[in-house]
Design a protein around this ligand. Sequence first.
Ligand SMILES: C[S@@+](CC[C@H](N)C(=O)[O-])C[C@H]1O[C@@H](n2cnc3c(N)ncnc32)[C@H](O)[C@@H]1O
Length: 257
Amino acid sequence: MENDLAEIAGRYDTDKAVHTHYLRNYEQYFGNLRSLDIKLLELGIKAGGSLLLWRDFFSRGLIVGLDIEPVALADHTGRIRTYQGMQQDTVLLDRIACETAPDGFDIIIDDCAHIGVLARASFWHLFDNHLKRGGIYVIEDWGTGYWDEWVDGVSYSPRRRKLSPSLYRITRVLARLRQSRFGRMPLGRSILSLCKASVLKMQYHSHDYGMVGFVKELIDELGTADITHRQFGSAPVRKSKFAEMHLAQSHLFIVKA
Ligand SMILES: C[S@@+](CC[C@H](N)C(=O)[O-])C[C@H]1O[C@@H](n2cnc3c(N)ncnc32)[C@H](O)[C@@H]1O
């Protein structure tokens, strides 16, 4: 019988062992891939414990890791490859993919710097060029964007406001004007959109810092079909690159369409 992920994690020096909800999410998303000869890339591997974890979990998988620090691993199976370098170095990412997964990775996990701009650089490069269709991209620890002591995190201050009934009435008037002749003219449409946006902006508060800001950008990619909707959005029409996005506490899974 196969061991569960928590049991395997307990054998190795990996911080995944303490994040039990991460392990549960991984079981859910990776369970049916377990016996396949998948190719997995993890960005950020510290002592290499998570690579040993993935090697044992995916009995036929090729496990590739990248870290800014050198990592020496004893691996008797020959199914682990490690590289030294920066997650944002797209030339290096191309070389790693070319040498280990020329047809694309099945799984990519970012457990690296947890800095928004760096995670974004490696995400879009790897997602667009080196993740298979149906492949899964995982981002760990996106909650660092709420930590003031983190390099690009800012502490959260709730500023959620209620849209007062009078403001709500204004949005209704603006929506009616949008249907009028004025609203159908390009300049009228722009003026009304601007007014509507500035009124509605007062309703919610978005914390757009570090990894949290980056994750919110990814939500916009998920919304592409509505953003480019033939009738209500702006051209050119296109579908999202994401088939699915699952957000959990500090843990994000995206399935490539
Ligand atoms: C949280 S640890 C990785 C833990 C490991 N994945 C595990 O589950 O046991 C983050 C790692 O990212 C590495 N790192 C930080 N910034 C990096 C960057 N810009 N490029 C590559 N590696 C980086 C650090 O050296 C560190 O080993």
